[in-house]
Design a binder for this molecule. Structure first.
Ligand code: HEC
Length: 139
């Protein structure tokens, strides 16, 4: 119980190393708990694995994948009108919120069968949360 209170109080601090955040989260945190310790700066570093296919700066070019500036909160497959999204992605309703991004980044082809995003996925929930926090900050 006391651990949970401490975790809540500390949630939201950034700049802490991964090991400290993982220790606080414990073995089976909820998605909400992981998002509370997400760190956009760590996400910026982790974005290196996306950068071959995605630019992120405002006005950046589409590459193999679409530019991702402003994608958080945008309608799925509509953030970059001139990018050739797959029919599979365009058929997805709704917007890129935290939960949708989490499922997508964990395994794009399981989340959206038929997608052209040729990326195995990010297995670590904390790494996904950091990436989501980074995308959320790029507006
Ligand atoms: C090998 C190239 C490649 C890599 C690596 C890659 N992506 Fe993608 N991504 C794509 C492609 C292609 C699409 C469009 C998919 C479609 O239309 O089905 C896409 C689509 C997306 C979208 C949806 C964009 C929109 O406008 O709706 C997001 C969000 C995204 N990628 C995030 C990421 C993140 C974050 C990473 C790194 C963890 C990553 N991608 C790694 C190629 C890639």
């Amino acid at each position: 119980m006391r651990m949970a209170v401490v975790a809540l109080l500390l949630a939201g601090c950034s700049g802490e190393d991964d090991a400290g955040r993982r220790a606080r989260l414990g073995p089976s945190p909820t998605f909400a708990q992981v998002m509370q310790v997400a760190d956009a700066k760590a996400g910026a570093r982790r974005f290196g694995q996306c950068a071959a296919c995605h630019s992120i700066a405002a006005g950046g070019n589409d590459r193999n994948g679409p530019n991702l500036h402003g994608v958080f909160g945008a309608r799925i497959a509509q953030n970059r009108p001139r990018f050739s999204y797959t029919d599979a992605l365009q058929a997805q309703p709704g917007v890129w919120d935290e939960a949708r991004l989490d499922a997508w980044l964990a395994n794009p082809r399981r989340a959206v069968p038929g997608t052209s995003m040729a990326f195995a996925g990010v297995t670590d929930p904390l790494a996904r949360a950091d990436l989501i926090a980074f995308l959320r900050a790029q507006h």
